[in-house]
Ligand binder design. Structure first.
Ligand SMILES: [Zn+2]
Length: 277
C-alpha cells in the first residue's frame, strides 16, 4: 500500500478513535454498527447450536430477542453479515478517475467559498491596520503630554484586545478551510482504497473503518444492506454528487482546452510580431 494512502487511512481512522473503543475490544467488530433492517433495533450476538450440535455465533435482532418489537427477523450467521459489509465496500469504492474528479470539484467549491469571504477578510484586515495606527497615534499623544498614563494603558488594552480578536478570526478562517480540505482529501484517499484497506485491516481497524463510514448499517432479511453514512462519506458516495463531479470535470477540461488554445494563439501572434520587428 502506498505511504500516502496509509497516512490518509490513519488520519481518518484516528479521528474516530475514542475511549469507548478501548473498552469494547473483546466484542465483535461489527457490534454496535449493525442494525435489524426490519425493526431498526441493534443486532446482538448469540451462540446457537445447529442441528448437528455444533455451536455457531449468530447475529439476532435485539428487538425480537427482548420482545420489545414485533420483529420476526431470523438469526443470521455472523460471517454472512461480515461478507455483506465487505461486498458493500466493493460497491462504493471509487475509481482513481472519480477520486480525481471529486477532489477537483470539492476544491473548486472551496475556492468559491473562500472567494466569497474575501471581502469579509479584507474588511477585517483593514480594521486591524486601522487599530495599529490608532495605537501609534495614542502613543505619540502620550509622549506629547496630551494623554495621561492611566488612560494610555486603558486604551492600549482595548486596542490590543480588538486586534487579538481580529487576528484570531483571520487565522480561524484559514485553518478551518485548510483542515476541511485536508480531511476531505484523506477521506477520498480512503474511499478510493477502501476494499484493500478493509481486507487487510485487523478487527479493531475494521471497526474504525465502519465507524468512519457509517452511522448505522441495516441488514435486511434478503441480504440487502442499507446504510446511514457519516460525513463526509454521505456526499462522497452520493451518485448525484459523483455525476456533478464528472460534469464539472468535463466542463473544466473543456475550459482548460479553450484557454490553452487562446494561449497558443497569443504566443503565435507574439512570434509574428517579433518577426516583423
Ligand atoms: Zn428486528
Amino acid at each position: 500500500m502506498p505511504k500516502e494512502v496509509w497516512y490518509q487511512v490513519q488520519a481518518v481512522l484516528d479521528a474516530h478513535k475514542s475511549a469507548a473503543d478501548a473498552t469494547q475490544v473483546h466484542d465483535h467488530y461489527l457490534k454496535g454498527t449493525v442494525y435489524c433492517g426490519q425493526c431498526g433495533e441493534r443486532l446482538i450476538i448469540t451462540n446457537a447450536k445447529n442441528r448437528h450440535g455444533n455451536v455457531y455465533p449468530y447475529f439476532v435482532c435485539s428487538g425480537r430477542h427482548s420482545g420489545k418489537t414485533e420483529c420476526t427477523r431470523q438469526a443470521m450467521l455472523i460471517e454472512d453479515v461480515e461478507r455483506l459489509i465487505e461486498k458493500y465496500y466493493e460497491m462504493i469504492e471509487v475509481s482513481p478517475g472519480m477520486r480525481q474528479d471529486l477532489a477537483g470539484k470539492i476544491h473548486a467549491d472551496f475556492d468559491l467559498l473562500m472567494a466569497n469571504e474575501t471581502k469579509e477578510l479584507s474588511r477585517l484586515t483593514s480594521e486591524r491596520d486601522r487599530l495599529d495606527e490608532e495605537r501609534m497615534k495614542l502613543l505619540q499623544a502620550h509622549y506629547s503630554g496630551a494623554v495621561p498614563i492611566d488612560l494610555l494603558k486603558q486604551e492600549q488594552d482595548r486596542i490590543a484586545d480588538q486586534i487579538g480578536d481580529i487576528q484570531h478570526r483571520i487565522e480561524a478562517h484559514h485553518d478551518e478551510y485548510a483542515s476541511a480540505r485536508a480531511n476531505l482529501d484523506d477521506s477520498l484517499g480512503l474511499l478510493a482504497n477502501i476494499v484493500s484497506v478493509y481486507e487487510r485491516a485487523d478487527d479493531a481497524n475494521r471497526r474504525l473503518c465502519n465507524q468512519a463510514f457509517f452511522h448505522r448499517i441495516f441488514i435486511e432479511e434478503d441480504g440487502d444492506v442499507r446504510v446511514e453514512y457519516e460525513r463526509p462519506f454521505g456526499s462522497l458516495c452520493d451518485t448525484e454528487e459523483q455525476m456533478n463531479a464528472l460534469n464539472w470535470a468535463a466542463e473544466a477540461k473543456k475550459k482548460g482546452e479553450v484557454q490553452t488554445g487562446q494561449r497558443v494563439v497569443t504566443l503565435v501572434e507574439g512570434l509574428n510580431l517579433s518577426h516583423l520587428g
